[in-house]
Design a protein around this ligand. Structure first.
Ligand code: SIN
Length: 344
């Protein structure tokens, strides 16, 4: 599946696709005074024009427009910025002349933002997120090629209708499945057990399968006009885990708790009891796993029906939090919660 001006499939053969780049910061926009530095640098230091200038050939792939939505280290990502980003993506994709969007982002919370947008973007046009593990100033920086590849995918007609895609290190991942799995390697992103959707190398874009879970235009979550999301926090279970965080969060008014349990979502006894008490008080409790792969069986390692819990299935805890926040924001009734984790 070659992408070029004559094979783009968007409009006439003479018209290059229009891709809008939304920049948010991250290591892809990172700066260090010394090219040998890959761990100590300032994330989000460089603006989008500087990133674009480092990618020769981009304008042969697409007509580019860019917008600096934020300039942050993604550890500082907020729900308010997610809502702003969703609004910008939706507004830009509603323009008839725009064929796709690329978002540059830090790697640390990329998977959370990707899943949030996967559920809240209301368009079939391609949305591709990319990032880098090495700052823009580093020897062998990975950002410029990742950016070029992201634009190649966003300009490709087969990327339409796939939800939000994450393109890093030549691989194309689904937003629902992708996670960061390394602190330093350029091969940091993986979709455990499920694998990549496809690959991109030079002008070759290859998608081999589709995401089956609901996203974008099939998603019932609409965040237009919202400025905040309900409070949902993530906890984990481990040997001798304290119940103090649960009690403190319930007192603070938390609306939902995602617990990253051991193994198949099993919970240390006193912690399980504290979570069941929270559920009785109306807090939504979602049982996920801290293992990083596999799924949590409903009524498997804990009696969800009796305890008032929801199983996250194979959704990892931080993404389960995103789904829980959206479900709370939409006042989803109790009896729909388990099915949400089965269809999204
Ligand atoms: C960040 O997430 O903004 C910093 C780390 C990175 O992008 O690799």
């Amino acid at each position: 599946m070659k992408t070029s001006s004559s094979m783009s499939g968007h409009g006439s053969a003479l018209r290059l696709p229009q891709v809008v780049l939304l920049a948010t910061g991250g290591t892809i926009a990172g700066y260090a005074a010394d090219a040998g530095r890959t761990a100590t640098y300032q994330a989000g230091a460089l603006n989008i024009e500087t990133l674009l200038a480092a990618v020769p050939g981009l304008t042969d792939v697409a007509r580019m427009r860019s917008e600096q939505v934020a300039q942050i280290d993604s550890k500082d990502m907020t729900c308010a910025l997610w809502l702003t980003l969703a609004e910008r993506v939706n507004a830009v994709l509603a323009e008839p002349d725009v064929d796709g969007v690329v978002i540059t982002h830090g790697t640390d919370t990329l998977e959370e933002t990707a899943y949030f947008l996967h559920l809240t973007v209301k368009s079939n046009k391609p949305v591709v997120m990319t990032a880098a593990m090495r700052p823009a100033t580093a020897l062998s920086a990975d950002g410029p090629l990742n950016l070029l590849n992201a634009v190649r995918v966003a300009a490709h007609p087969e990327a339409a209708g796939q939800g939000v895609l994450v393109v890093v290190n030549h691989q194309i991942h689904c937003a629902r499945d992708v996670v960061k799995t390394s602190t330093y390697s350029v091969q940091a992103f993986q979709s455990p057990e499920i694998g990549v959707l496809g690959w991109v190398q030079d002008e070759w874009v290859e998608l081999q399968r589709r995401a089956l879970r609901r996203h974008t235009v099939q998603s019932e979550f609409d965040v237009a006009g919202r400025h905040a999301l309900p409070m949902v926090e993530v906890l984990s279970s481990y040997a001798n885990a304290s119940t103090v965080p649960v009690e403190a969060l319930v007192s603070a008014g938390v609306r939902g708790l995602v617990v990253a349990g051991t193994g198949n979502g099993s919970l240390y006894g006193p912690l399980q009891q504290a979570l069941a008490d929270a559920a009785r008080q109306g807090v939504r409790v979602v049982r996920a796993s801290r293992t990083g792969a596999g799924h949590v069986m409903r009524n498997g390692a804990a009696a969800d029906d009796t305890l008032g819990f929801v199983s996250a299935g194979n959704l990892q805890p931080y993404k389960a939090r995103v789904l829980a926040m959206l479900a709370l924001a939409h006042d989803m009734p109790t009896d729909r919660w388990q099915s949400l984790f089965e269809v999204y």
